[in-house]
Write a protein of this length. Structure first.
Length: 587
Protein backbone atom coordinates (compact mmCIF):
# COMPACT_ATOMS: atom_id res chain seq x y z
CA UNK A 1 0.00 0.00 0.00
CA UNK A 2 1.49 3.32 -1.00
CA UNK A 3 2.52 5.66 1.75
CA UNK A 4 0.54 8.84 1.38
CA UNK A 5 1.67 11.95 3.17
CA UNK A 6 -0.64 14.94 2.91
CA UNK A 7 -4.32 15.99 2.96
CA UNK A 8 -6.27 14.45 1.03
CA UNK A 9 -45.99 27.61 8.25
CA UNK A 10 -46.81 31.06 6.77
CA UNK A 11 -48.04 33.24 3.93
CA UNK A 12 -47.80 32.09 0.33
CA UNK A 13 -44.68 34.10 -0.42
CA UNK A 14 -42.97 32.64 2.60
CA UNK A 15 -43.85 29.13 1.50
CA UNK A 16 -41.87 29.56 -1.68
CA UNK A 17 -38.93 30.93 0.26
CA UNK A 18 -38.99 28.08 2.73
CA UNK A 19 -38.70 25.55 -0.08
CA UNK A 20 -35.57 27.33 -1.21
CA UNK A 21 -34.23 27.32 2.33
CA UNK A 22 -34.28 23.56 2.35
CA UNK A 23 -31.79 23.72 -0.49
CA UNK A 24 -29.70 26.40 1.17
CA UNK A 25 -29.52 24.33 4.33
CA UNK A 26 -27.35 21.73 2.68
CA UNK A 27 -24.52 24.14 2.16
CA UNK A 28 -22.40 26.37 4.31
CA UNK A 29 -18.83 26.94 5.34
CA UNK A 30 -16.77 23.97 4.38
CA UNK A 31 -13.39 23.51 5.95
CA UNK A 32 -10.94 21.01 4.58
CA UNK A 33 -7.48 19.90 5.44
CA UNK A 34 -4.98 22.64 4.76
CA UNK A 35 -2.15 21.91 2.37
CA UNK A 36 1.11 21.82 4.30
CA UNK A 37 4.44 22.82 2.83
CA UNK A 38 6.65 20.29 4.62
CA UNK A 39 6.43 16.54 5.03
CA UNK A 40 8.64 14.15 7.00
CA UNK A 41 8.99 10.72 5.39
CA UNK A 42 10.05 7.76 7.51
CA UNK A 43 11.52 4.84 5.58
CA UNK A 44 12.69 1.63 7.20
CA UNK A 45 13.41 -1.98 6.39
CA UNK A 46 10.04 -3.21 7.68
CA UNK A 47 7.86 -1.15 5.39
CA UNK A 48 10.05 -0.92 2.31
CA UNK A 49 9.72 -3.79 -0.11
CA UNK A 50 12.30 -4.82 -2.64
CA UNK A 51 9.69 -5.33 -5.34
CA UNK A 52 9.60 -2.06 -7.27
CA UNK A 53 5.96 -2.57 -8.16
CA UNK A 54 4.83 -2.65 -4.53
CA UNK A 55 2.87 0.37 -3.42
CA UNK A 56 4.95 0.78 -0.25
CA UNK A 57 7.88 1.93 -2.37
CA UNK A 58 6.09 5.13 -3.41
CA UNK A 59 5.51 8.31 -1.42
CA UNK A 60 3.37 11.03 -2.96
CA UNK A 61 2.74 14.68 -2.06
CA UNK A 62 0.02 16.98 -3.46
CA UNK A 63 0.01 20.76 -3.47
CA UNK A 64 -1.09 23.74 -5.58
CA UNK A 65 1.95 25.85 -6.31
CA UNK A 66 2.82 29.16 -7.88
CA UNK A 67 5.25 29.43 -10.73
CA UNK A 68 8.93 29.28 -9.78
CA UNK A 69 8.19 27.54 -6.50
CA UNK A 70 11.08 25.43 -5.28
CA UNK A 71 10.91 21.78 -4.24
CA UNK A 72 13.51 20.46 -1.80
CA UNK A 73 14.53 17.00 -0.67
CA UNK A 74 17.03 16.38 2.11
CA UNK A 75 18.07 13.80 4.67
CA UNK A 76 17.14 14.50 8.28
CA UNK A 77 18.52 11.38 9.93
CA UNK A 78 19.60 7.84 9.14
CA UNK A 79 20.28 4.73 11.14
CA UNK A 80 21.86 2.28 8.74
CA UNK A 81 24.33 -0.45 9.71
CA UNK A 82 27.74 -0.40 8.16
CA UNK A 83 27.60 -4.09 7.46
CA UNK A 84 25.92 -5.37 5.49
CA UNK A 85 25.64 -2.24 3.37
CA UNK A 86 22.21 -1.00 2.35
CA UNK A 87 21.93 0.19 -1.21
CA UNK A 88 18.95 2.29 -2.22
CA UNK A 89 17.58 3.35 -5.55
CA UNK A 90 15.87 6.76 -5.34
CA UNK A 91 13.95 8.51 -8.09
CA UNK A 92 11.24 11.15 -8.22
CA UNK A 93 8.50 12.17 -10.64
CA UNK A 94 6.96 15.68 -10.70
CA UNK A 95 3.80 16.30 -12.70
CA UNK A 96 1.21 19.06 -13.01
CA UNK A 97 -2.28 18.97 -14.47
CA UNK A 98 -4.87 21.46 -15.59
CA UNK A 99 -7.49 19.39 -13.73
CA UNK A 100 -7.46 20.02 -9.99
CA UNK A 101 -9.54 16.94 -9.24
CA UNK A 102 -7.13 14.67 -11.11
CA UNK A 103 -4.35 15.46 -8.66
CA UNK A 104 -6.26 15.73 -5.39
CA UNK A 105 -8.59 12.79 -6.05
CA UNK A 106 -5.70 10.51 -6.87
CA UNK A 107 -5.88 7.29 -4.89
CA UNK A 108 -2.84 5.62 -3.41
CA UNK A 109 -3.34 2.56 -5.57
CA UNK A 110 -3.03 4.73 -8.69
CA UNK A 111 0.32 6.20 -7.73
CA UNK A 112 2.46 3.42 -9.28
CA UNK A 113 0.54 3.87 -12.53
CA UNK A 114 1.22 7.59 -12.58
CA UNK A 115 4.91 7.28 -11.77
CA UNK A 116 6.87 7.78 -14.96
CA UNK A 117 3.76 8.28 -17.06
CA UNK A 118 4.28 10.39 -20.16
CA UNK A 119 0.70 10.83 -21.33
CA UNK A 120 -2.49 12.55 -20.24
CA UNK A 121 -4.62 10.35 -18.02
CA UNK A 122 -8.01 12.09 -18.15
CA UNK A 123 -9.68 14.33 -20.70
CA UNK A 124 -8.45 17.90 -20.23
CA UNK A 125 -5.66 16.94 -17.85
CA UNK A 126 -2.84 18.36 -19.93
CA UNK A 127 0.42 19.38 -18.33
CA UNK A 128 4.15 18.67 -18.05
CA UNK A 129 6.32 16.30 -16.11
CA UNK A 130 9.84 15.84 -14.80
CA UNK A 131 11.47 12.48 -14.10
CA UNK A 132 14.83 12.06 -12.41
CA UNK A 133 16.75 8.93 -11.41
CA UNK A 134 19.65 9.10 -8.97
CA UNK A 135 22.56 6.69 -9.04
CA UNK A 136 22.49 3.98 -6.42
CA UNK A 137 22.95 5.55 -3.00
CA UNK A 138 24.43 3.92 0.07
CA UNK A 139 22.27 4.46 3.13
CA UNK A 140 25.35 4.78 5.31
CA UNK A 141 26.61 7.66 3.21
CA UNK A 142 23.48 9.76 3.59
CA UNK A 143 24.25 12.66 5.90
CA UNK A 144 22.11 15.71 6.77
CA UNK A 145 24.92 18.06 5.81
CA UNK A 146 25.63 16.42 2.48
CA UNK A 147 23.58 17.12 -0.63
CA UNK A 148 22.72 13.79 -2.17
CA UNK A 149 19.63 14.94 -4.06
CA UNK A 150 20.73 18.28 -5.52
CA UNK A 151 19.51 18.80 -9.09
CA UNK A 152 20.26 21.86 -11.17
CA UNK A 153 16.97 23.21 -12.57
CA UNK A 154 18.86 24.30 -15.68
CA UNK A 155 19.46 20.66 -16.50
CA UNK A 156 15.87 19.60 -15.83
CA UNK A 157 13.49 20.63 -18.58
CA UNK A 158 9.84 19.66 -18.17
CA UNK A 159 8.35 17.56 -20.94
CA UNK A 160 4.82 18.01 -22.20
CA UNK A 161 2.45 15.12 -21.62
CA UNK A 162 1.25 13.30 -24.69
CA UNK A 163 -2.44 14.06 -25.35
CA UNK A 164 -5.12 11.44 -25.40
CA UNK A 165 -6.01 9.88 -28.74
CA UNK A 166 -9.02 11.82 -30.07
CA UNK A 167 -11.72 10.46 -32.37
CA UNK A 168 -11.99 11.97 -35.90
CA UNK A 169 -15.25 13.70 -34.97
CA UNK A 170 -13.53 15.53 -32.16
CA UNK A 171 -10.30 16.20 -34.02
CA UNK A 172 -10.99 19.90 -34.40
CA UNK A 173 -11.78 20.47 -30.74
CA UNK A 174 -8.93 18.23 -29.62
CA UNK A 175 -6.52 20.16 -31.82
CA UNK A 176 -7.64 23.34 -30.17
CA UNK A 177 -7.08 21.75 -26.77
CA UNK A 178 -3.60 20.70 -27.80
CA UNK A 179 -2.75 24.24 -28.83
CA UNK A 180 -4.09 25.53 -25.52
CA UNK A 181 -2.08 22.98 -23.61
CA UNK A 182 1.15 23.81 -25.38
CA UNK A 183 0.80 27.52 -24.67
CA UNK A 184 2.40 27.51 -21.20
CA UNK A 185 5.37 25.45 -22.40
CA UNK A 186 8.27 26.47 -20.13
CA UNK A 187 11.48 27.69 -21.67
CA UNK A 188 14.91 26.55 -20.56
CA UNK A 189 16.09 30.16 -20.27
CA UNK A 190 13.40 30.91 -17.68
CA UNK A 191 14.42 27.87 -15.72
CA UNK A 192 18.06 28.87 -15.79
CA UNK A 193 17.26 32.42 -14.73
CA UNK A 194 15.43 31.18 -11.67
CA UNK A 195 18.41 28.99 -10.84
CA UNK A 196 20.55 31.96 -9.93
CA UNK A 197 17.93 32.93 -7.39
CA UNK A 198 17.85 29.45 -5.88
CA UNK A 199 21.49 28.42 -6.23
CA UNK A 200 22.07 28.67 -2.46
CA UNK A 201 19.65 25.80 -1.80
CA UNK A 202 21.84 22.74 -1.74
CA UNK A 203 18.81 20.47 -1.43
CA UNK A 204 16.88 21.94 -4.36
CA UNK A 205 15.61 19.29 -6.73
CA UNK A 206 13.07 21.04 -8.99
CA UNK A 207 11.26 24.27 -9.73
CA UNK A 208 7.70 24.63 -10.93
CA UNK A 209 7.01 26.00 -14.38
CA UNK A 210 3.42 27.34 -14.04
CA UNK A 211 0.68 27.92 -11.47
CA UNK A 212 -1.42 24.86 -10.79
CA UNK A 213 -1.78 21.62 -8.86
CA UNK A 214 1.29 19.39 -8.68
CA UNK A 215 2.05 15.91 -7.47
CA UNK A 216 5.51 14.73 -6.45
CA UNK A 217 6.08 10.97 -6.32
CA UNK A 218 9.24 9.63 -4.72
CA UNK A 219 10.21 6.03 -5.32
CA UNK A 220 12.62 4.34 -2.92
CA UNK A 221 13.76 0.75 -3.46
CA UNK A 222 16.16 -1.46 -1.57
CA UNK A 223 18.51 -2.99 -4.12
CA UNK A 224 21.04 -4.50 -1.75
CA UNK A 225 22.57 -7.68 -3.18
CA UNK A 226 23.24 -9.16 0.24
CA UNK A 227 20.05 -10.83 1.48
CA UNK A 228 21.20 -10.36 5.06
CA UNK A 229 20.46 -6.66 4.75
CA UNK A 230 16.79 -7.53 4.75
CA UNK A 231 17.05 -8.94 8.27
CA UNK A 232 19.10 -6.09 9.72
CA UNK A 233 16.86 -3.19 10.75
CA UNK A 234 17.64 0.18 9.31
CA UNK A 235 15.77 3.50 9.08
CA UNK A 236 15.94 6.69 7.07
CA UNK A 237 14.15 10.01 7.52
CA UNK A 238 13.67 12.45 4.66
CA UNK A 239 12.27 15.97 4.54
CA UNK A 240 10.24 17.15 1.54
CA UNK A 241 9.39 20.86 1.31
CA UNK A 242 7.67 23.03 -1.28
CA UNK A 243 8.11 26.79 -1.01
CA UNK A 244 6.69 29.50 -3.24
CA UNK A 245 7.03 33.29 -3.49
CA UNK A 246 4.59 33.70 -0.53
CA UNK A 247 6.17 31.06 1.65
CA UNK A 248 4.98 27.52 2.19
CA UNK A 249 1.29 28.38 1.77
CA UNK A 250 -0.44 26.89 -1.25
CA UNK A 251 -1.77 28.84 -4.21
CA UNK A 252 -5.39 27.97 -3.32
CA UNK A 253 -5.05 29.11 0.31
CA UNK A 254 -3.12 32.33 -0.28
CA UNK A 255 -6.26 34.36 -1.27
CA UNK A 256 -8.11 32.76 1.66
CA UNK A 257 -5.44 33.99 4.07
CA UNK A 258 -5.77 37.52 2.67
CA UNK A 259 -9.55 37.22 3.05
CA UNK A 260 -9.26 36.29 6.72
CA UNK A 261 -6.88 39.19 7.29
CA UNK A 262 -9.44 41.61 5.80
CA UNK A 263 -12.24 40.01 7.82
CA UNK A 264 -10.20 40.43 11.01
CA UNK A 265 -9.99 44.16 10.30
CA UNK A 266 -13.71 44.28 9.47
CA UNK A 267 -14.70 42.59 12.73
CA UNK A 268 -12.41 44.88 14.71
CA UNK A 269 -14.23 47.82 13.14
CA UNK A 270 -17.56 46.12 13.94
CA UNK A 271 -16.53 45.71 17.56
CA UNK A 272 -15.21 49.28 17.89
CA UNK A 273 -18.37 50.74 16.35
CA UNK A 274 -20.65 48.62 18.54
CA UNK A 275 -18.65 49.45 21.66
CA UNK A 276 -18.86 53.17 20.84
CA UNK A 277 -22.64 52.97 20.39
CA UNK A 278 -23.06 51.02 23.63
CA UNK A 279 -20.85 53.47 25.56
CA UNK A 280 -22.78 56.49 24.30
CA UNK A 281 -26.22 55.05 25.09
CA UNK A 282 -25.47 52.60 27.89
CA UNK A 283 -28.56 53.67 29.86
CA UNK A 284 -30.88 52.64 27.01
CA UNK A 285 -29.40 49.25 26.08
CA UNK A 286 -31.71 46.36 25.24
CA UNK A 287 -31.01 42.72 26.04
CA UNK A 288 -30.88 41.80 22.38
CA UNK A 289 -27.98 44.21 21.92
CA UNK A 290 -25.82 42.17 24.30
CA UNK A 291 -26.36 39.11 22.08
CA UNK A 292 -25.16 41.09 19.09
CA UNK A 293 -22.02 42.09 20.97
CA UNK A 294 -21.28 38.47 21.88
CA UNK A 295 -21.59 37.34 18.27
CA UNK A 296 -19.23 40.13 17.15
CA UNK A 297 -16.61 39.06 19.69
CA UNK A 298 -16.83 35.41 18.67
CA UNK A 299 -16.61 36.33 15.00
CA UNK A 300 -13.50 38.39 15.70
CA UNK A 301 -11.84 35.51 17.54
CA UNK A 302 -12.78 33.04 14.80
CA UNK A 303 -11.23 35.11 12.03
CA UNK A 304 -8.10 35.75 14.10
CA UNK A 305 -7.55 32.05 14.80
CA UNK A 306 -7.99 31.06 11.16
CA UNK A 307 -5.66 33.84 10.04
CA UNK A 308 -2.99 32.75 12.51
CA UNK A 309 -3.34 29.18 11.25
CA UNK A 310 -2.61 30.19 7.67
CA UNK A 311 0.25 32.39 8.84
CA UNK A 312 1.75 29.40 10.60
CA UNK A 313 1.55 27.35 7.41
CA UNK A 314 3.05 30.20 5.43
CA UNK A 315 6.16 30.57 7.54
CA UNK A 316 6.64 27.12 9.09
CA UNK A 317 5.20 24.89 6.40
CA UNK A 318 2.90 22.96 8.70
CA UNK A 319 -0.14 23.52 10.90
CA UNK A 320 -0.77 22.71 14.56
CA UNK A 321 -3.60 20.20 14.71
CA UNK A 322 -4.78 21.43 18.12
CA UNK A 323 -5.04 25.00 16.85
CA UNK A 324 -6.97 23.85 13.79
CA UNK A 325 -9.43 21.85 15.91
CA UNK A 326 -9.84 24.83 18.28
CA UNK A 327 -10.57 27.08 15.30
CA UNK A 328 -13.24 24.67 14.06
CA UNK A 329 -14.87 24.44 17.51
CA UNK A 330 -14.83 28.23 17.82
CA UNK A 331 -16.36 28.55 14.37
CA UNK A 332 -19.09 26.03 15.30
CA UNK A 333 -19.88 27.99 18.49
CA UNK A 334 -20.07 31.27 16.59
CA UNK A 335 -22.37 29.82 13.92
CA UNK A 336 -24.64 28.34 16.63
CA UNK A 337 -24.94 31.66 18.50
CA UNK A 338 -25.47 33.48 15.21
CA UNK A 339 -28.44 31.29 14.33
CA UNK A 340 -29.90 31.73 17.82
CA UNK A 341 -29.47 35.50 17.44
CA UNK A 342 -31.40 35.56 14.17
CA UNK A 343 -34.08 33.36 15.75
CA UNK A 344 -34.41 35.68 18.77
CA UNK A 345 -34.76 38.70 16.51
CA UNK A 346 -37.33 36.87 14.38
CA UNK A 347 -39.34 35.89 17.46
CA UNK A 348 -39.50 39.56 18.50
CA UNK A 349 -37.85 39.06 21.88
CA UNK A 350 -37.69 42.39 23.75
CA UNK A 351 -39.56 44.11 20.92
CA UNK A 352 -42.91 42.33 20.62
CA UNK A 353 -42.55 39.70 23.32
CA UNK A 354 -41.32 40.68 26.81
CA UNK A 355 -40.11 37.14 27.43
CA UNK A 356 -39.66 33.94 25.47
CA UNK A 357 -41.23 31.56 27.99
CA UNK A 358 -41.03 27.92 27.02
CA UNK A 359 -39.44 28.88 23.69
CA UNK A 360 -36.15 29.22 25.53
CA UNK A 361 -35.90 25.47 25.97
CA UNK A 362 -36.39 24.88 22.25
CA UNK A 363 -33.78 27.53 21.43
CA UNK A 364 -31.26 25.93 23.74
CA UNK A 365 -31.97 22.47 22.34
CA UNK A 366 -31.58 23.62 18.73
CA UNK A 367 -28.41 25.53 19.56
CA UNK A 368 -26.80 22.59 21.34
CA UNK A 369 -27.73 20.16 18.57
CA UNK A 370 -26.30 22.45 15.92
CA UNK A 371 -23.16 22.98 17.98
CA UNK A 372 -22.68 19.25 18.44
CA UNK A 373 -23.07 18.18 14.82
CA UNK A 374 -21.23 21.23 13.51
CA UNK A 375 -18.28 20.46 15.76
CA UNK A 376 -18.19 16.82 14.70
CA UNK A 377 -18.45 17.78 11.04
CA UNK A 378 -15.68 20.37 11.28
CA UNK A 379 -13.27 18.21 13.27
CA UNK A 380 -13.73 15.26 10.93
CA UNK A 381 -12.95 17.45 7.94
CA UNK A 382 -9.76 18.99 9.27
CA UNK A 383 -8.42 15.72 10.61
CA UNK A 384 -8.96 13.90 7.33
CA UNK A 385 -11.51 11.47 8.78
CA UNK A 386 -14.55 12.78 6.90
CA UNK A 387 -15.71 9.46 5.54
CA UNK A 388 -17.90 6.56 6.56
CA UNK A 389 -21.13 6.41 8.52
CA UNK A 390 -20.16 8.99 11.14
CA UNK A 391 -19.42 11.64 8.55
CA UNK A 392 -22.64 10.87 6.66
CA UNK A 393 -24.77 11.10 9.81
CA UNK A 394 -23.08 14.33 10.91
CA UNK A 395 -23.49 15.97 7.50
CA UNK A 396 -27.14 14.96 7.05
CA UNK A 397 -28.04 15.94 10.62
CA UNK A 398 -26.36 19.31 10.25
CA UNK A 399 -28.18 20.00 6.98
CA UNK A 400 -31.54 19.00 8.51
CA UNK A 401 -31.04 21.18 11.60
CA UNK A 402 -29.95 24.15 9.51
CA UNK A 403 -33.00 23.82 7.26
CA UNK A 404 -35.33 23.59 10.29
CA UNK A 405 -33.73 26.68 11.81
CA UNK A 406 -34.28 28.66 8.63
CA UNK A 407 -37.90 27.42 8.44
CA UNK A 408 -38.45 28.53 12.05
CA UNK A 409 -36.93 31.94 11.32
CA UNK A 410 -39.36 32.73 8.50
CA UNK A 411 -42.37 31.33 10.40
CA UNK A 412 -41.51 33.59 13.35
CA UNK A 413 -40.98 36.59 11.09
CA UNK A 414 -44.40 36.07 9.53
CA UNK A 415 -46.11 35.91 12.94
CA UNK A 416 -44.22 38.91 14.31
CA UNK A 417 -44.98 41.04 11.25
CA UNK A 418 -48.68 40.14 11.40
CA UNK A 419 -48.82 41.10 15.09
CA UNK A 420 -47.18 44.46 14.41
CA UNK A 421 -49.69 45.18 11.66
CA UNK A 422 -52.54 44.51 14.10
CA UNK A 423 -50.98 46.91 16.57
CA UNK A 424 -50.32 49.46 13.82
CA UNK A 425 -46.80 50.00 15.14
CA UNK A 426 -45.14 51.67 12.16
CA UNK A 427 -41.64 51.94 13.64
CA UNK A 428 -41.26 48.31 14.61
CA UNK A 429 -43.02 47.14 11.45
CA UNK A 430 -40.50 49.05 9.33
CA UNK A 431 -37.67 47.44 11.31
CA UNK A 432 -38.90 43.92 10.64
CA UNK A 433 -39.65 44.62 6.99
CA UNK A 434 -36.02 45.62 6.48
CA UNK A 435 -34.85 42.56 8.37
CA UNK A 436 -37.09 40.28 6.29
CA UNK A 437 -35.79 41.80 3.06
CA UNK A 438 -32.25 41.09 4.26
CA UNK A 439 -33.01 37.44 4.84
CA UNK A 440 -34.75 37.17 1.47
CA UNK A 441 -31.58 38.51 -0.11
CA UNK A 442 -29.63 35.89 1.83
CA UNK A 443 -31.83 33.09 0.48
CA UNK A 444 -31.65 34.27 -3.14
CA UNK A 445 -27.89 34.79 -2.97
CA UNK A 446 -27.42 31.36 -1.40
CA UNK A 447 -29.42 29.60 -4.09
CA UNK A 448 -27.54 31.38 -6.87
CA UNK A 449 -24.21 30.55 -5.28
CA UNK A 450 -25.13 26.89 -4.76
CA UNK A 451 -26.10 26.58 -8.42
CA UNK A 452 -22.83 28.21 -9.51
CA UNK A 453 -20.61 26.07 -7.31
CA UNK A 454 -22.42 22.91 -8.37
CA UNK A 455 -21.93 23.76 -12.02
CA UNK A 456 -18.30 24.85 -11.74
CA UNK A 457 -16.87 22.52 -9.11
CA UNK A 458 -19.02 19.39 -9.00
CA UNK A 459 -20.67 18.71 -12.36
CA UNK A 460 -17.41 18.71 -14.28
CA UNK A 461 -14.98 15.95 -15.10
CA UNK A 462 -12.01 18.31 -15.24
CA UNK A 463 -12.05 21.03 -12.58
CA UNK A 464 -10.03 23.87 -14.06
CA UNK A 465 -11.32 26.69 -11.80
CA UNK A 466 -9.05 25.81 -8.90
CA UNK A 467 -8.23 29.51 -8.36
CA UNK A 468 -11.86 30.09 -7.26
CA UNK A 469 -11.94 27.34 -4.65
CA UNK A 470 -11.39 29.83 -1.82
CA UNK A 471 -14.68 31.56 -2.72
CA UNK A 472 -16.60 28.44 -1.65
CA UNK A 473 -15.49 29.04 1.93
CA UNK A 474 -15.30 32.84 1.95
CA UNK A 475 -18.77 33.47 0.49
CA UNK A 476 -20.72 32.09 3.46
CA UNK A 477 -18.66 33.99 6.00
CA UNK A 478 -18.97 37.22 4.02
CA UNK A 479 -22.72 36.72 3.63
CA UNK A 480 -23.23 36.27 7.37
CA UNK A 481 -21.08 39.32 8.08
CA UNK A 482 -23.41 41.31 5.82
CA UNK A 483 -26.45 40.06 7.74
CA UNK A 484 -24.73 40.91 11.02
CA UNK A 485 -24.01 44.43 9.78
CA UNK A 486 -27.68 44.91 8.85
CA UNK A 487 -28.75 43.70 12.31
CA UNK A 488 -26.26 46.09 13.90
CA UNK A 489 -27.62 49.05 11.96
CA UNK A 490 -31.27 48.16 12.57
CA UNK A 491 -30.88 47.45 16.30
CA UNK A 492 -28.08 49.89 17.12
CA UNK A 493 -28.16 51.63 20.52
CA UNK A 494 -29.51 55.19 20.32
CA UNK A 495 -31.16 57.85 22.48
CA UNK A 496 -34.59 56.49 21.53
CA UNK A 497 -33.73 52.79 21.63
CA UNK A 498 -36.73 52.17 23.86
CA UNK A 499 -39.02 52.72 20.88
CA UNK A 500 -37.98 49.23 19.84
CA UNK A 501 -38.56 47.75 23.32
CA UNK A 502 -41.67 45.80 24.27
CA UNK A 503 -44.79 47.94 24.92
CA UNK A 504 -48.11 46.32 25.99
CA UNK A 505 -51.41 47.12 24.33
CA UNK A 506 -52.85 48.74 27.51
CA UNK A 507 -51.23 50.07 30.62
CA UNK A 508 -50.23 47.33 33.02
CA UNK A 509 -51.34 49.39 36.07
CA UNK A 510 -54.86 49.71 34.67
CA UNK A 511 -54.89 46.00 33.98
CA UNK A 512 -53.85 45.21 37.53
CA UNK A 513 -56.54 47.53 38.98
CA UNK A 514 -59.17 45.88 36.80
CA UNK A 515 -58.03 42.49 37.97
CA UNK A 516 -58.13 43.48 41.64
CA UNK A 517 -61.70 44.90 41.62
CA UNK A 518 -63.54 41.60 40.94
CA UNK A 519 -61.36 39.87 43.50
CA UNK A 520 -62.37 42.39 46.19
CA UNK A 521 -66.05 42.12 45.27
CA UNK A 522 -65.94 38.33 45.46
CA UNK A 523 -64.10 38.37 48.76
CA UNK A 524 -66.63 40.60 50.54
CA UNK A 525 -69.72 39.12 48.89
CA UNK A 526 -72.40 38.11 51.45
CA UNK A 527 -70.83 40.16 54.27
CA UNK A 528 -72.86 42.82 56.10
CA UNK A 529 -71.44 46.23 56.66
CA UNK A 530 -71.09 47.22 60.29
CA UNK A 531 -73.51 50.01 61.29
CA UNK A 532 -71.93 53.38 61.76
CA UNK A 533 -73.22 56.80 62.61
CA UNK A 534 -73.19 59.02 59.58
CA UNK A 535 -71.30 62.26 59.76
CA UNK A 536 -73.92 64.80 58.74
CA UNK A 537 -71.56 67.76 58.84
CA UNK A 538 -69.10 66.25 56.39
CA UNK A 539 -71.82 65.15 53.99
CA UNK A 540 -73.31 68.60 53.97
CA UNK A 541 -69.89 70.05 53.16
CA UNK A 542 -69.41 67.68 50.25
CA UNK A 543 -72.83 68.49 48.81
CA UNK A 544 -72.23 72.20 49.06
CA UNK A 545 -68.83 71.81 47.32
CA UNK A 546 -70.34 69.86 44.44
CA UNK A 547 -73.10 72.45 44.03
CA UNK A 548 -70.48 75.17 43.84
CA UNK A 549 -68.53 73.30 41.18
CA UNK A 550 -71.61 72.70 39.07
CA UNK A 551 -72.61 76.31 39.40
CA UNK A 552 -69.12 77.45 38.27
CA UNK A 553 -69.28 75.17 35.25
CA UNK A 554 -72.69 76.44 34.19
CA UNK A 555 -71.57 80.06 34.50
CA UNK A 556 -68.14 79.83 32.87
CA UNK A 557 -68.33 76.99 30.29
CA UNK A 558 -70.79 77.44 27.40
CA UNK A 559 -72.94 74.51 26.35
CA UNK A 560 -71.38 74.45 22.86
CA UNK A 561 -68.04 73.35 24.29
CA UNK A 562 -69.63 70.50 26.18
CA UNK A 563 -71.44 69.37 23.05
CA UNK A 564 -68.07 69.14 21.26
CA UNK A 565 -66.04 67.52 24.04
CA UNK A 566 -68.57 64.84 24.94
CA UNK A 567 -68.31 62.90 21.63
CA UNK A 568 -64.50 62.94 21.89
CA UNK A 569 -64.62 61.39 25.33
CA UNK A 570 -67.05 58.78 24.09
CA UNK A 571 -64.72 57.96 21.17
CA UNK A 572 -61.83 57.46 23.57
CA UNK A 573 -63.87 55.03 25.64
CA UNK A 574 -64.84 53.12 22.50
CA UNK A 575 -61.18 52.94 21.44
CA UNK A 576 -60.20 51.53 24.81
CA UNK A 577 -62.93 48.91 24.60
CA UNK A 578 -61.86 47.97 21.09
CA UNK A 579 -58.25 47.58 22.19
CA UNK A 580 -59.27 45.33 25.07
CA UNK A 581 -61.28 43.16 22.69
CA UNK A 582 -58.31 42.77 20.33
CA UNK A 583 -56.05 41.85 23.19
CA UNK A 584 -58.49 39.24 24.50
CA UNK A 585 -58.66 37.69 21.02
CA UNK A 586 -54.91 37.34 20.81
CA UNK A 587 -54.77 35.81 24.27
Amino acid sequence: MASSVGPGRSRPRYRRLLLLLLLAGISGPVSTVSEPGKWIVDIDSKTLKKDAEKESSFFHFKKTLFRNSSIHLKVLAQNCPSSPPVQLSVSWYLRNSQCYNEIFNLDSSQVPTYFGSKKVMIEGGSGFYLLHHYPNISCQGMKPDISQFRVDPADAHPTQLKPLQASPVDSKSSGRRRRDASHPNPKPVAAGGSTNKSSSYVDLVAETWEDGPYILIIKVQDISKNSASGTTPWSLQLLVSMKGPHGFISATEWPLMVFYMVMCIVYVLFGALWLFWCACYWRDLLRIQFWIGAVIILGMLEKAVFYSEYQNIRYKGDYVLGAVVFAELLSALKRSLARILVLIVSLGYGIVRPRLGTTVHRLVAVGLLYLLFSSVDGVLRVTGGFYGTVALVANLSLSLIDSCVMWWIFISLSQTTRLLKLRRNVVKLSLYQHFTNTLIFFVVASIIFIIWTTKVFRLVDCQRSWRDLWVDDAFWRLLFSTILLVIMVLLRPSANSQRFSHSPLIDEDDEEDEAKEPMINEAFEGMKMRGSKPDTNSSQKLLSKEDEDLKWVEENIPSSVADVALPVMLDEEEEILKTKMERSKME
